[in-house]
Write a protein of this length. Structure first.
Length: 90
């Protein structure tokens, strides 16, 4: 319908403004829905991260020696990778 109004040379200004208003409403609704979805996804992500942090804290409190061992192993692994990458550049 919008293309018909724009192609019709006798279309009056009110018809054009009415179509523009409809298009504006459709775009506004779509943007609003997108913003709501983004906010909802951010809240879900935040809750998931908080749950993961809570679980990790509980696991460390229950098994402190195992946690220290895992962190030590991860540090050795990362340090080895960095040293290996540094030696390849030369």
């Amino acid at each position: 319908m919008a293309s018909e109004i724009l192609q019709n040379p006798v279309a009056n200004c009110e018809d054009v403004m009415r179509e523009i208003s409809k298009i504006k409403d459709i775009v506004s609704d779509a943007v609003e829905d997108g913003v709501k979805s983004a906010v909802r996804a951010m809240k879900q992500g935040r809750e998931a991260a908080e749950d993961a942090i809570h679980d990790a804290r509980r696991a460390v409190k229950q098994n402190p020696l195992q946690a220290v061992g895992v962190v030590f192993a991860a540090g050795v692994l990362v340090g080895s990778l960095i040293a290996w990458m540094g030696s390849r550049r030369r």
